[in-house]
Design a binder for this molecule. Structure first.
Ligand code: XBP
Ligand code: MG
Length: 253
């Protein structure tokens, strides 16, 4: 397989530890602001991440609670209200610098940009959340870094459904096999594979031990050359990150 013609980035967990540092924290602030007594600790939130989509995740949590409002309509109304507040708090955290990009992400993005390799965003979260996350590190014109941006509101079915990837590939007019996805979660990997894309997995905090199958490479993050399967040349070089050449080599195997 030749070098991928486009690199498609997942957002949550891949670009930053948004679940741990952003969404969960913001949900708890939103519960408080909405007068809801629930708080999600890290372990509980980790289990909830099986459900993609923040609003859907909250509805799933409510389904298992005795103290949730009775009836689907009231539960959906509460989920909508809390989720909207959550996103406001999330944006505040992100714009305030509280959710930094993971190491090596900006370096690889810059290499893609300098080398004319198109990039895309393929995420379950909303465009507003992506804007809040990327406007700091990439600047006010962050969208110009990407040839295609497909977010949660652009699809009718969220990951692990492949729709987000299918839409990105259609916009780029390339086949899945000609692109590469960078993901952190089993649901993300499943979505990319179902759309025919090879995948590289940068494990995030919440999916550190999750079973991952069929990825071109799996490792602890782009910030290090250590701990990758398949192994990278030159491990143990302090400060050296995973670059576009490494990704091309993995894909060329
Ligand atoms: C991860 C998700 C999202 C976020 C919360 O998306 O499932 O739902 O947890 O964001 P990805 P929202 O890894 O594909 O970026 O509240 O906007 O849904
Ligand atoms: Mg993710």
């Amino acid at each position: 397989m030749p070098a991928p013609r486009a690199i498609l980035w997942d957002v949550d967990g891949t670009l930053a530890e948004t679940e741990r540092d952003g969404h969960r924290v913001a949900f708890n602030l939103a519960f408080e602001a909405c007068g809801v007594p629930w708080r999600w600790d890290e372990a509980h939130y980790g289990r909830l991440l099986e459900v993609t989509g923040g609003r859907e995740r909250l509805l799933h949590d409510m389904a298992g609670r005795d103290d949730a409002p009775a009836g689907v309509d009231r539960q959906e109304a509460l989920a909508r209200a809390v989720h909207a507040r959550k996103n406001t708090f999330y944006a505040g955290l992100a714009r305030g610098g509280g959710i930094p990009l993971r190491g090596g992400v900006l370096e690889l993005m810059q290499q893609c940009r300098d080398g004319g390799r198109p990039m895309g965003i393929t995420t379950t979260t909303s465009r507003a959340n992506v804007a809040a996350l990327l406007a700091g590190p990439l600047g006010a014109h962050w969208e110009e870094w990407f040839a295609v941006i497909v977010c949660g509101e652009d699809v009718s079915r969220k990951k692990p459904d492949p729709e987000v990837y299918d839409r990105a590939l259609a916009a780029l007019r390339i086949a899945g096999i000609d692109a590469l996805a960078i993901e952190d979660s089993p649901a993300g990997v499943a979505a990319a594979h179902a759309a025919g894309l090879p995948v590289i997995v940068t494990r995030s905090r919440y999916f550190a031990d999750a079973p991952i199958e069929g990825a071109r490479a799996v490792g602890p993050g782009l910030h290090t050359r250590d701990g990758w399967r398949p192994a990278l040349p030159g491990p143990g070089r302090p400060g050296a990150t995973v670059g576009l050449d490494d990704i091309d080599a993995w894909c060329g195997r």
